[in-house]
Design a protein around this ligand. Structure first.
Ligand code: GDP
Ligand code: GDP
Length: 436
């Protein structure tokens, strides 16, 4: 399971600037995924071959500084509980504040690695000011400038050094598809799990999870065999935390990264809101399979076109990644719950099935030839060869004479064509343009 790093600190110290700086290099590559909107608070970093997730906790607090100090305290505590390493940012321009000291007091209680960062050290003259922060008792501060990037390479070296070793999943789970039920609080995730497991309880076996309070459950019935991730997180009601968007995102990140396919649950009575989309983005960003469950369908007054209209609305909100199976479920009556799970298993199959090179070229090249990329700088752009790459999540390389001129809209066009020809519903794909 990949590590999660959290950036904490009071407002305006430069957390989001640092976040953008750290994810920027990698995003240049991964954001070639057609249509993935950049998530401003969650990203992946790959530094010297070590990969980790990074979360800007500040992104989940809105409003003015003082009103939200309590909120920030909660987030620091959550980061301590849920993350593997904490980046504690302070600001040399502003100097040491009482609130910095308070946050330091909270952080001192954890055994997890904390890296103290003195930000805004834009020039050597400010190094002396950085040393001031030594007195908060979190060791030597790491001087950086998030704005001009100085020190960030050394910082990443340090982070990678202090990150705990990644744990592998247990042997028992090896090879089984891993499904996850995700969604914001109260959409009916735990009720759906109960609906799935209601009969034949004895078939259910708990498999101990890798982290402290993760319990994965093996599901073996109706001809299916898979592991359902983080059932403890679903059952356990964390009343203290569950109102925090940050908490549900954090919890979801853990589970999504580990999953093959996610069942994203939304509440039919509320429709899709920002928090649902944030979780949807996490799924896309991690390139996991996805099935959408519009749950509590029993609560809606239905007329002839209710379902059709609702579905259209959902797809509109999920755009541009709309090639996704959608089910209208009720945990209460168990309507379509199993159908949705069956579809998730099919999505898993689709996601691991490789498309042969001959099929790709035979079916796709003629279409791309008929409708080639627009000429750029008077030059014709030709895609000559296509192959699937040996990656976990499906990705494809398109070899062309001038790959740098193939832009996002055309990639979107290719992706749409591929989705028409091949069976890719619920499966995010990645396209890379390469020089031939
Ligand atoms: P956050 O509230 O902690 O996320 O802080 P932001 O990232 O929004 O930054 C707050 C302000 O500090 C912005 O005006 C940034 O441009 C500025 N800032 C961030 N990093 C640096 C830095 O390294 N040097 C300087 N001089 N300003 C910075
Ligand atoms: P979670 O926080 O996502 O795990 O949501 P819960 O499973 O705890 O459900 C939140 C509330 O919605 C509970 O009161 C459930 O009884 C109710 N609920 C969940 N699914 C359904 C459903 O399909 N239909 C109806 N009518 N209520 C539901």
């Amino acid at each position: 399971m990949p590590n999660i790093v959290a950036i904490v600190g009071r407002p305006n110290v430069g957390k989001s600037t640092l976040f953008n700086r750290l994810v920027q290099k990698r995003d240049a590559i991964t954001d070639s995924v057609a249509g993935v909107t950049r998530d401003r608070h969650y990203g992946r970093v790959d530094w010297t071959g070590r990969e980790f997730s990074i979360i800007d906790t500040g992104g989940y607090v809105e409003g003015s500084d003082d009103v939200f100090e309590g909120e920030i305290r909660k987030q620091v505590n959550l980061a301590i509980e849920e993350c593997n390493l904490i980046l504690f940012v302070v600001d040399v321009e502003m100097g040491l504040t009482e609130f910095d000291k308070e946050i330091a007091d909270l952080l001192r209680k954890t055994k997890k690695p904390v890296v103290l960062i003195a930000n805004k050290v834009d020039n050597p003259a400010r190094l002396a000011e950085a040393a001031d922060f030594y007195q908060i008792g979190m060791g030597e501060p790491f001087p950086i400038s998030s704005i001009n990037g100085s020190g960030t390479g050394e910082l990443l070296d340090e982070v990678v050094k202090q990150l705990p070793k990644e744990q592998d999943s247990e042997d028992e789970e090896e090879g089984l598809p891993k499904l996850a039920i995700v969604g914001r609080p109260n959409v009916g995730k735990s009720s759906l799990v109960n609906a799935m497991f209601q009969e034949e309880r004895n078939i259910v076996t708990d498999v101990a999870g890798t982290t402290r309070d993760t319990v994965n459950t093996r599901f073996t019935k109706f001809g299916m065999d898979f592991v359902l991730l983080d059932t403890a997180g679903l059952r356990k009601k964390t009343k203290v935390h569950e109102d925090l968007e940050f908490y549900s995102v954090m919890r979801s990140v853990r589970t999504i990264e580990h999953a093959d396919v996610c069942l994203l649950v939304i509440d039919a009575t509320l429709g899709i809101e920002a928090q649902d989309l944030a979780i949807f983005n996490l799924i896309q960003k991690n390139r996991k399979g996805v099935v959408v469950l519009v749950n509590k369908w029993d609560l809606l007054d239905k007329e002839t076109n209710t379902m059709r209209d609702f579905e259209a609305l959902v797809r509109k909100r999920l755009a541009p990644f709309v090639d996704i199976p959608i089910f209208f479920t009720s945990a209460l009556t168990r309507q379509r719950v199993l159908k949705a799970v069956e579809e998730a298993m099919i999505v898993h199959e689709r996601r691991i099935t490789k498309i042969s090179t001959s099929k790709l070229n035979d079916k796709l090249l003629p279409i791309l030839k008929d409708n080639p990329p627009p000429m750029t700088k008077g030059k014709e752009i030709k895609i000559k060869f296509i192959t699937q790459l040996p990656t976990h999540a499906p990705s494809f390389a398109f070899y062309a004479n001038l790959p740098q001129y193939i832009k996002e809209p055309y990639k979107r066009y290719i992706e749409n064509q591929m989705r028409k020809i091949f069976d890719l519903s619920g499966v995010p794909i990645q396209l890379f343009m390469r020089k031939k």
